[in-house]
Design a protein around this ligand. Structure first.
Ligand SMILES: Cc1cc2nc3c(=O)[nH]c(=O)nc-3n(C[C@H](O)[C@H](O)[C@H](O)COP(=O)(O)O)c2cc1C
Length: 1008
């Protein structure tokens, strides 16, 4: 018996991959599993069976490091495929083949098209074999994700490749010329291609596909084509199909059939060069039964493609379903005739169909998703606490009524919003009714008493629903003849206060910036989110011990008006219940992070328990509650073990705390006086060191002045200074604008380094110097009688690529060099120019320039033996910053200064914040012994520069409350706030977040 498609694909996956991940169902087996057991390979892959609820985006990276090829095998089940989308995005640069066994319907596969680089479909066993090889080669050589979907019931014989040839085939280098188009042969001159009015170009992906297909052909001796065709080359009707194969002997004479193999990228050129020019009708049939919209994916691709044909020659395009075909070719033949007739009729069938759509297809679509058994523990806890009051807004049961959309967080949030609005309407109606009842008397005394009581009751306190049952009973026996009473009667389901919960996985909320979580938090609604984290601690630790997982809790706390808690049901059930109650009571969004580590549904409760204990006791999963309604002490740590450890630590520090507790005044004095003493001591030390350096070293002085926006010129300047010191020169390094021109006159030797900003402009911290020098030159002054100078300019000769803009290249450096000469300075070394475009970047020019300077300063011959310390760069600061935290949090609390520490100044850029000071009053403040008037600029991150009217109003408000009352629209397509003082930084950013915007990576250097 010939092997089945699943057997051949299992074999190729096994032989080709280095890591093989088999996504298995509840019994830890997939359709592939039995085949793997029988296979043998010289170099077998590492095989992992992963349960189908697992987050592959988390699971795969740690096991696939440096693996030349990773393969995933899975059955086409909707739940699994839907969860695959975010995982595939995480796995973007992994060489990965996903082999999916499809049972006819491709509805669940096609939505994955945009999440992968290639999507290949196989309709016969031979194709499944050849395409599995092609997919492996493609994924491995191009490091891309290839989805290979094959029909599990495919038929036909198969010629299988020898085991020992597979790895050499994958490892062989690519032969030159292999990407030549080798389409379907000689039809080009007589094809639609000759009627194309807009030329088409193939993209890189298509070239990559052709190269891999060419290499595979050499192995299997069969061409691998993006599409196969059969039938009459002069046909007027073409059927383009995606799905199970249509036998060629069933084709009517005037018909040509194209079966698509490559779905992503769309093989446009192959289609146009293969479709006969005589074709007047195209029917595109796709094996998808339950597509939610009228426009199916292949149909849309073809429609777009036909736009490139001259209008008078465009064939008509119709879309249809390729359903299950009958067994006999004769019946299929009749079916195709019927399809062609339907397509050309002026009153076609509602949906063109070839074959019969299976009767269970529609039911299949609305099946409620499976809830893993362990998760039920949390749902039970919710039911335990809230009983009738509980409403899970994205409950799987809703799927059967509302369709799949019901599981989406956006849907759930909309549902909650609607419910809350209804309840508010009911309250308002009851209040208005009671107010007017004195005059109208429409409500009986007993109903009035009940309604008054209802308005007074704490909703969370009434669990049993007795009061609202009484109200409803009373209402039912009451005459409903008043409009407000009628309104109330239509909202009786709202008398019962509901506890609204949305349940999500951590994968769902992982992309913090754009997930439903973000929206739920920012909505400010009284909604509760229970977010389950199922990653076992030991798996996470083994996978990635270095990086910390994104902390949803910290993120939510940052908003300031969200109840946040972290619980673990297998660690403390009581803590879970207490938290759920508090979350419900809190009037606003609540986020409860719930730990539930399990690998498969078969894990025993004991295993989950052990894993939970490990995570909680080690501090990986701390138990805590953060309740903003407790203004004085919102945070409580509930993990017993960590609490004990912390207490021990605090006890050791106790003597200081006791002092502070008994004499708070003394403590403050201690701290502040110590602070100012420290400052004094620091400046004293600095000036002593400076004097010592000047006196002690005695070498010729060199002042290095730089102007730099992005830090590159600064790095070069500091490097120059370090190297000058190593040559015995008495060196100082400063920004140009921090060095007064008057003092510059006294200097002997100065090296200037300036980069280029804007359009040939000097960087921000050199602009005043440039202005002052220009002004002096205009006045015809000779400022410098003794100054010797050398200039090194830095720029990018391609920054403004048009020939007429060439003068912007390195303009400030060139201008400065000329200007200094004009003002009387003596050039000690020729102008040096660094160009980003040089092989070594600016370093190429710098290496030529620096020796000229040493020569001019008389230290050209000095041998430097000591290794020069590497200057501290932004990258060093970033690496040492604990993921861009630095000491920003401490700096924000320090009320003794309006600025942040210089290293934090670098870090805040990555949070969209620049520290500035008011230059106009800088000198005046300095003279008064005050620090500069620091304030911050905040730049908002706004993709595409688009905001809603509501966001605009929010921004306006934020600038009034936290900034200087204005905001700028910048050429960077976003908003900027100015004049935000340190105290307002945090609330400003929180308010921006609440407007569903953020500031992350809005400033800073190019490595964000
Ligand atoms: C916004 C911007 C504008 C620039 N404009 C010019 C220019 O007009 N001419 C030029 O030669 N280089 C230009 N450059 C290139 C920079 O001068 C060059 O990359 C330099 O190394 C940056 O140094 P810095 O990091 O110290 O600012 C520009 C760079 C940026 C980021």
């Amino acid at each position: 018996m010939a092997p089945s498609a699943i057997a051949v694909v299992s074999r190729i996956s096994y032989l080709a991959s280095d890591v093989l991940v088999n996504v298995a169902g509840t019994n830890l087996a997939s359709s592939f599993s039995p085949h793997f057991d029988k296979l043998y390979a010289f170099r077998p892959p590492k095989l992992f069976n992963v349960p189908n609820g697992a987050d592959l985006g988390l699971r795969i990276p740690p096991i696939s490091r440096d693996a030349p090829l990773v393969a995933i095998t899975l059955d086409a089940e909707r739940d699994v495929l839907t969860r695959l989308v975010p995982s595939l995005l995480t796995l973007a640069s992994t060489p990965l083949v996903v082999n999916v066994a499809v049972n006819g319907d491709l509805s669940d596969i096609l939505p994955l098209r945009t999440a992968v680089d290639f999507l290949i479909h196989s309709a016969t066993v031979q194709q499944a074999h050849d395409n599995a090889l092609l997919a492996s080669r493609l994924a491995r050589t191009e490091r891309v994700i290839v989805l290979h979907a094959f029909q599990i019931h495919a038929r036909g014989d198969v010629d299988e490749v020898d085991e020992l040839k597979v790895k050499p085939f994958l490892e062989a280098p690519t032969k030159p010329g292999a990407s030549q188009h080798h389409g379907n042969g000689d039809v080009t001159s007589n094809s639609l291609w000759s009627l194309v009015s807009v030329p088409l170009k193939e993209d890189q992906r298509m070239q990559q596909y052709r190269t891999a297909a060419w290499t595979t052909l050499a192995l299997v001796n069969r061409p691998l084509l993006p599409l196969h065709y059969e039938g009459n080359r002069n046909a007027a009707t073409a059927i383009i199909s995606l799905g199970a194969t249509i036998p060629s002997d069933s084709l009517p004479p005037g018909c040509v059939l194209f079966e698509l193999s490559l779905v992503q990228p769309s093989p446009s050129v192959d289609l146009l060069t293969s479709l006969p020019a005589a074709v007047s009708h195209i029917i595109c049939v796709e094996q998808i039964y339950g597509w939610p919209t009228k426009w199916t994916p292949l149909y849309l691709d073809l429609l777009a493609l036909l736009q490139s044909i001259e209008p008078g020659h465009r064939p008509q395009l119709k879309s249809g379903v390729l359903a299950e075909l009958p067994n006999s070719s004769r019946e299929i033949h009749l079916g195709i005739l019927g399809l062609i007739e339907d397509a050309s009729s002026s009153n076609p069938h509602s949906r063109l169909t070839l074959g019969t759509v299976p009767s269970n297809a529609a039911e299949h679509r609305a099946k409620a998703p499976h809830v893993p058994k362990h998760e039920v523990a949390y749902i039970k806890a919710l039911e335990h606490v809230f009983a009738e009051r509980l409403e899970i807004s994205n409950s799987p049961e809703l799927v059967e009524i509302k369709g799949e959309v019901a599981t989406r967080p956006e849907y759930a949030l909309g549902r909650v919003e609607n419910r809350l609005a209804e309840r508010a309407e009911l309250k308002a109606a009851v209040e208005s009714l009671l107010r007017s009842n004195r005059e109208t008397g429409v409500v009986s005394k007993s109903l009035q008493a009940l309604l008054e009581k209802w308005l007074d009751v704490d909703p969370a306190a009434e669990r049993d629903g007795r009061l609202e049952n009484e109200i409803i009973r009373e209402l039912n026996s009451h005459a409903i003849d008043h409009p407000t009473l009628q309104n109330i009667a239509s909202l009786t389901h709202q008398f019962r206060s509901t506890s609204h919960w949305i349940i999500g996985s951590d994968a769902w909320s992982y992309d913090l910036g754009s997930s439903g979580l973000h929206h739920a938090i920012a909505s400010g609604l009284n909604v509760n989110l229970l977010i389950l984290d199922t990653t076992p601690y030991s798996a996470r630790r083994a996978a990635d011990p270095e990086t910390r997982k994104k902390d949803i809790g910290l993120y939510a706390m940052n908003y300031g008006n969200v109840y946040v808690a972290s619980v673990a049901i297998y660690s403390s059930y009581g803590h879970v219940l207490r938290t759920l109650i508090e979350a419900d009571k809190f009037q606003g969004p609540s986020v409860v992070l719930a730990y539930l580590p399990f690998v498969s549904e078969n894990d025993s409760a004991l295993e989950v328990l052990k894993e939970t204990k490990l995570a909680v006791d080690s501090g990986y999963w701390p138990l805590y509650r953060w309740n903003p309604s407790k203004a004085n002490e919102p945070f409580s740590l509930d993990s017993e073990v960590i609490k004990a450890n912390l207490q021990e630590f605090l006890d050791r520090q106790n003597h200081l705390s006791q002092l502070v507790a008994s004499e708070p005044q003394l403590a403050a004095e201690l701290v502040t006086s110590l602070g100012s003493k420290l400052n004094d001591a620091r400046s004293q030390k600095a000036s002593e060191a400076y004097e010592a350096m000047l006196g002690g070293l005695g070498g010729p002085p060199l002042l290095v002045l730089y102007a730099s926006d992005g830090g590159t010129a600064e790095k070069y300047a500091k490097r120059l200074a370090t190297r000058a010191k190593a040559r015995g020169l008495t060196t100082r390094v400063q920004t140009m604008d921090s060095f007064p021109i008057d003092e510059l006159k006294q200097e002997e030797s100065v090296a200037f380094i300036t980069s280029t900003a804007g359009q040939g402009e000097p960087p921000q911290n050199g602009r005043d110097t440039f202005k002052a020098l220009n002004a002096a030159a205009t006045r015809g002054e000779t400022l410098f009688a003794t100054l010797k100078y050398a200039v090194f300019g830095m720029g990018d000769s391609h920054y403004w690529p048009r020939p007429e803009d060439a003068h912007y290249y390195n303009k400030p450096g060139k201008d400065l060099d000329r200007r200094l000469e004009q003002l009387g300075g003596e050039r000690m070394a020729d102008l040096g120019l660094g160009d980003d475009q040089d092989a070594d970047g600016p370093m190429t020019g710098y290496k030529a320039w620096e020796p000229l300077l040493w020569k001019a300063l008389g230290v050209g011959e000095v041998e430097v033996t000591e290794a020069e310390p590497e200057p501290v760069t932004n990258e060093h600061i970033k690496i040492a910053s604990n993921y861009l935290r630095g000491t920003i949090a401490e700096g924000l609390k320090d009320t003794s200064t309006g600025s942040l520490a210089p290293s934090d100044g670098q870090l805040t850029k990555f949070h969209g914040i620049y520290e500035q000071d008011d230059r106009d009053i800088r000198d005046e403040r300095k003279a008064r012994g005050l620090e500069p008037a620091y304030a911050f600029m905040i730049r908002v991150r706004m993709p595409g520069g688009v905001c809603t009217p509501a966001q605009w109003l929010d921004i306006d408000r934020i600038s009034d409350v936290h900034g200087n009352g204005t905001f700028k629209l910048t050429t960077r397509q976003t908003f900027q706030f100015h004049g935000v003082i340190k105290k307002h930084l945090k609330p400003a950013i929180q308010a921006i977040n609440r407007a569903l915007l953020d500031t992350i990576a809005a400033c800073g250097d190019v490595n964000r």
